[in-house]
Design a protein. Structure first.
Ligand code: KIV
Length: 278
């Protein structure tokens, strides 16, 4: 955010989002850099610095290679670009699973070094104990159930979850445990409408869906998907723009102009002052 815009910052808070259960739908998108954050901030309730930045920004094959340092760097940028939205930062793979104490030390780093208000972690088997530990020590946590992208090496693919009864029951239980442990809201990723509805009706915290139907209390998308930056769009994404096409056309036009010596023109050129005649 530029220095002229230093007016009082009044952000949405964790209790504000928590209070939206069953009310006005929560608008959340991922965000990774300051200029985009500045554009998105007036329109969104929550900006998630997702570890999807591994693929969306750094060209990694999955989120597994994302580090705490990367999350902090992008988190700082998004905080500089925002003044209204609640900013939540993903805890990357390997930064919270081993022990609640390690998760606490890493989450404290994230909040202290970025100024963001909350962290998100994928609710695997160890998550409830860790969420409980963090929340009791002053760290707000958003949970994440269903498809867990950080488990790609166990799952082998990013297919939707909960289609078979055993898995469906495990996801429902995981959502209950996540909410009971003190998460202020829960992302539900890649599950059928019936399961998303049951979770949303069962837990007392707002659910935020991605590929999880309109039954959730809010929606989140990866911003690069909804802006059309990739050449492939998953079924659950609506493309609101074609930035890949726009950027391609703009760069091709620039390249043509440079090669044809049409750029820069006189208006885009500095000239030295004419000497004043005596
Ligand atoms: O990292 C991310 O973008 C996420 C969303 C899929 C919710 O966790």
């Amino acid at each position: 955010m530029s220095s002229q815009k230093q007016e009082t910052i009044k952000r949405l808070t964790v209790p504000d989002i928590r209070a939206r259960k069953g009310g006005q739908p929560i608008v959340m998108l991922t965000c990774y850099d300051a200029p985009t954050a500045e554009i998105m901030d007036p329109h969104c309730d929550v900006l998630l610095v997702g570890d999807s930045l591994g693929m969306a920004v750094h060209g990694l094959p999955s989120t597994v290679g994302v580090t705490l340092e990367m999350m902090i760097l992008h988190g700082q940028a998004v905080m500089r670009g925002t003044r209204r939205a609640l900013v939540v930062i993903d805890m990357p793979f390997g930064s919270y699973e081993a022990a609640p104490e390690t998760a606490y030390a890493n989450a404290v780093r994230v909040l202290k070094e970025t100024g963001a208000q909350a962290v998100k972690l994928e609710s695997g088997a160890t998550a409830p104990a860790t969420i409980d530990y963090l929340v009791k020590r002053g760290i707000p946590v958003m949970g994440h159930v269903g498809l867990l992208p950080q488990s790609i090496n166990i799952d082998g693919s990013f297919r939707a979850k909960g289609k078979e009864e055993g898995e469906r029951a495990r996801i429902l239980q995981s959502a209950r445990d996540t909410a009971d442990a003190g998460a202020f809201s829960v992302v539900i990723e890649g599950v059928a409408e019936g399961l998303a509805r049951e979770i949303t009706e069962t837990i007392d915290k707002p659910t935020i869906g991605i590929g999880a139907s309109a039954a959730c209390d809010g929606q989140v998308l990866v911003v690069s998907d909804m802006l059309g930056l990739f050449d492939w769009t998953p079924k659950f994404v609506r493309r609101y723009a074609d930035l890949r096409g726009e950027i391609g056309r703009a760069v091709a036009a620039y390249a043509d102009d440079v090669r044809a010596r049409r750029f820069p023109a006189e208006v885009e050129t500095y000239f030295s002052k004419k000497p004043v005649s005596p």
